[in-house]
Ligand binder design. Structure first.
Ligand code: ATP
Ligand code: MG
Length: 113
């Protein structure tokens, strides 16, 4: 199983979500409103969080746990649909995980994703 973490521009969230929902292997996703900065700052000056001393910019965070076979497709789908070509488009990170439990049924690992 893989964990995928994507931090994208909020106005791209709808596009990305619609594209992800068309994929066979997507079991679910979690979305969170977050703020942060990358190595280039000051992009999207109009999106700065008011009253913040740091130069945080609002972003949308997507967390997905999936089976290994669909991980590459999910990453590529996010990349394609979150892309504008400007600074601040975001990041996608992925790593292997060892445990998943479906609480309602008690299933574990790939069956639980
Ligand atoms: N190394 C990191 N660790 C944790 N979060 C990060 C990291 N890099 C970026 N982020 C998060 O992703 C958001 C978008 O990053 P961003 O796309 O601006 O990265 P960047 O490195 O500045 O690249 P770019 O030049 O394309 O802007 C940041 O606001 C922050 O929330
Ligand atoms: Mg940046």
């Amino acid at each position: 199983m893989k964990a995928i973490l994507a931090i994208i521009k909020p106005h791209k969230l709808a596009d990305v979500t619609l594209a992800l929902r068309k994929l066979e292997g997507l079991a679910g996703m979690t979305v969170t409103d977050v703020r942060g900065f990358g190595r280039t700052r000051a992009e999207g000056a109009g999106e700065l969080v008011p009253d913040d001393v740091a130069d945080f910019v609002r972003k949308s965070r997507i967390d997905i746990i999936c089976n290994d076979s669909v991980a590459t497709t999910i990453v590529e789908t996010i990349r394609k649909h979150a892309h504008t070509g400007a600074h601040g488009d975001g990041k996608i990170y992925s790593w292997s995980i060892e445990k998943a439990v479906r609480i309602s049924s008690g299933e574990t690992e790939n069956d639980a994703v």
